[in-house]
Design a protein around this ligand. Structure first.
Ligand code: CA
Length: 247
């Protein structure tokens, strides 16, 4: 494996700082080369060396792109890709498969599962970086640069354009505070929000409120979610996170 550091291009690096890439790769040298080169282009990079911690990081960090090796200890890459593409809260994350020679059949399966692109090892670093840029370009163009308007998880749907909460497709009234609270949680499933942050988002930081005020808004929101009320989980000592049951 050639470890070549390619040049840093000025303006791009600042934009890239907002793009978080998770590299799931068990071969330490390859992982290091990818990590260094992505960091040199300004991306925010995190890494996982096996399939289990990789899947955990996908859920915990909600990266903007996943670079996925196929042969991994713990859980293989195809399995991870399958789980991501079947989960509405993860399926939008582009997946770039980085596979060894001899895994062509797996690459075809991966693309069929919804992976965006693939590159074979050994790869040229310049080409790998070009594939990453292309994946972001395609993805951001397809998204129109914005988050989806309808956030749907099972019986719960939040129409962020019409500002409506739908439970089993029936509209349920929410206050403006409750709506902002729900929007933050549903846009970031799995993410733990501190009470302080949720207060800033939902109530605003100009009004003085006791941090516990947010608890009463969360209780009110839970009461409106019906059977899904337990999906807003209390994170002890921190605050709350939204995590739908997987079934
Ligand atoms: Ca591997």
């Amino acid at each position: 494996m050639d470890s070549i550091l390619i040049s840093i291009s000025g303006g791009e690096t600042e934009v890239n700082g907002n793009r978080r890439i998770l590299v799931i790769e068990d071969e330490a040298d390859i992982k290091r080369v990818i990590e260094l080169n992505l960091a040199a282009e300004g991306y925010s990079v995190s890494v996982a060396a096996d399939g289990l911690s990789g899947m955990e990081k996908i859920r915990g960090e909600l990266p903007d792109l996943v670079m996925l090796d196929l042969m991994l200890p713990g859980r293989d890459g195809l399995d991870i890709c399958r789980e991501m593409k079947a989960d509405p809260s993860l399926s939008h994350i582009p997946v770039l498969i980085v596979s060894a020679r001899g895994e062509e059949q797996d690459v075809i399966i991966g693309l069929g599962l919804g992976a965006d692109d693939y590159i074979c090892k050994p790869f040229r670093v310049g080409e790998l970086m070009a594939r990453v840029r292309a994946a972001f370009r395609r993805h951001e163009a397809a998204q129109g640069g914005r988050s989806p308007k309808l956030l749907r998880f099972g019986s719960v749907a939040l129409d962020t354009e019409a500002r409506k909460l739908l439970i089993d497709d029936n509209e349920v009234h929410t206050t403006a505070t409750e709506f902002r609270l729900l929007k933050a949680l549903l846009e970031n499933p799995g993410k733990a929000f501190s009470r302080e942050l949720l207060t800033d988002i939902a109530i605003g930081d100009e009004v003085y409120v006791n941090e516990r005020t947010i608890d009463s808004h969360v209780s009110a929101v839970r009461a409106k979610l019906g059977d899904a009320k337990s999906w807003i989980r209390t994170v002890w000592g921190v605050g709350y996170r939204f995590e739908p049951d997987s079934d």
